[in-house]
Design a protein around this ligand. Structure first.
Ligand code: UD1
Ligand code: UDP
Length: 386
């Protein structure tokens, strides 16, 4: 019998961990056929560990690279150096990376230098703007150039790859694994364990859930967003802002300066994924510059105002659940206010839409890998939305 296929997953930040967790768990369901190995760069530390713990994932390799105030050069160099050693020792048949972080790019480059095949999960997202989001747009394009198997979450992502002349046989549409994680986590009966989430009356209060972290928004753009939020809270007495603040000190500094000490503004540490996902489900609306939350909130029927000028996730935009509002103080205030006073507009944006997945993306990815390597007879069916 042939030796099992050795598949190494490489990731390092919170969103990669959330979206790779279903893949890691699925890979472990095929003993004898697949030997899974998990290598984390730990580009994030606490925010990564929160996810590893929730899904019960114990990495075989942990590069522990995170440093306060790390630069893109730090992350790239430390990841490459560390992965060189890990790949030389493990010699996997394939390396799976996810999405668009600097860990993703370094992981695919390290695999390429070792002449190891690369599988890219959440492949093909594009804004077409090199600097927005920065550096993610180039990270995913560069990763795409190094990739042998592209797991595109949607037909739009597949078409982006085909437009770049990627071989159609190397592209497989799977749905986004974030929906696998979300469906396994959100539960109407979930009870928040600690204040302030446990103390809020979600029926009489309107919760605005906020997250921000994009590098291109650091500094003045974020300050303008927070000022708009201050205006909203002053005007609407039934609004509670819940803001799990990213651990980046450059985010924290401005958040504290603009929103610290305000009544009904809850500045809290990053939440574990389970309370966070359930909080989206209980919120009235979401303001964010996150990528993943743009996929999760529409599935739960929550309007999202995206604090960015571009998005690589046009599907929910087309469906009307998501609106791009940028970071201009007046625009953020106007659009948020509109959703608080105009019930018809709120209802229009709040109809659930699910273009991103059906909860079976990880299964498709692993089944495709088994089929591709002659370990399963049938090619799985691709994901189609709707
Ligand atoms: C990174 C990714 C971004 C992704 C985001 C998800 C890059 C260049 N950026 O951005 O694509 O959308 O993660 O959140 O790959 N920190 C901690 N503890 C943590 C995590 C971060 O203290 O658990 C602090 C550290 O001071 C760190 C800083 O946050 O230096 C910034 O982290 P970094 O990974 O460089 O950038 P993010 O903005 O988190
Ligand atoms: N998230 C979380 N706790 C938080 C904030 C976000 O678990 O306090 C989850 C969220 O549900 C989503 C992911 O983190 O799955 C998004 O991560 P982030 O916004 O940091 O990165 P991006 O998606 O923009 O790359």
């Amino acid at each position: 019998m042939a030796a099992p296929l050795k598949i190494m997953t490489v990731f390092g930040t919170r969103p990669e961990a959330i979206k790779m967790a279903p893949v890691v768990l699925e890979l472990s369901r095929h003993p004898g056929l697949i030997t899974p190995v998990v290598a984390v760069t730990a580009q994030h530390r606490e925010m990564l560990d929160q996810v590893l713990q929730l899904f019960g994932i114990v990495p075989g390799h942990d590069l522990d690279i995170m440093a306060q105030g790390q630069t893109l050069f730090d992350i790239t160099c430390r990841s490459l150096q560390g992965l060189n050693t890990v790949l030389a020792a493990e010699r996997p048949d394939i390396v799976l990376v996810h999405g668009d972080t600097t860990t993703t790019f370094a992981g695919s480059l390290a695999a390429f230098y070792h002449r190891i095949a690369v599988g890219h999960v959440e492949a093909g997202l594009r804004t077409g703007n090199k600097f927005s989001p920065f550096p993610e747009e180039m990270n995913r394009k560069l990763t795409g150039s190094l990739t042998d198997l592209h797991f595109a979450p949607t037909a739009t992502a597949r078409d982006n790859l085909l437009a770049e002349a990627v071989d159609p046989a190397a592209v497989f549409v799977t749905g986004n694994t974030v929906i696998d994680a979300l469906l396994a986590t959100v539960d109407d009966r979930y009870e928040f364990a600690v204040p302030p989430l446990a103390d809020i009356d979600y029926r009489s209060r309107r919760v605005i859930l906020v997250t921000t972290h994009r590098r291109e928004n650091l500094g003045e753009p974020l300050r303008h967003v927070y000022q708009a939020l201050r205006d909203i809270v002053g005007e609407f007495a039934d609004v509670e802002v819940v803001f799990p603040v990213h651990r980046n000190p450059r985010v924290r500094e401005v958040v504290n300066a603009e929103l610290g000490g305000l009544a009904r503004v809850h500045l809290i540490d990053p939440l574990d994924y389970q309370p966070f996902a359930n909080l989206i489900a209980r919120s009235h609306l979401v303001l964010t510059d996150s990528g993943g939350i743009q996929e999760e909130a529409p599935s739960l029927g929550k309007p999202v105002l995206v604090l960015r000028d571009t998005t690589e996730r046009p599907e929910a935009l087309a469906a009307g659940t998501v609106k791009l509002v940028g970071t201009d103080r007046r625009r953020v205030y106007d659009e948020t206010r509109r959703l608080l006073v105009d019930q018809a507009e709120y209802r229009r944006m709040a109809s659930a839409c699910n273009p991103y997945g059906d909860g079976r993306a990880a299964r498709r990815i692993v089944d495709f890998l088994l089929w591709k390597h002659g370990l399963a007879a049938a090619k799985p069916e691709p994901y189609t939305s709707g």
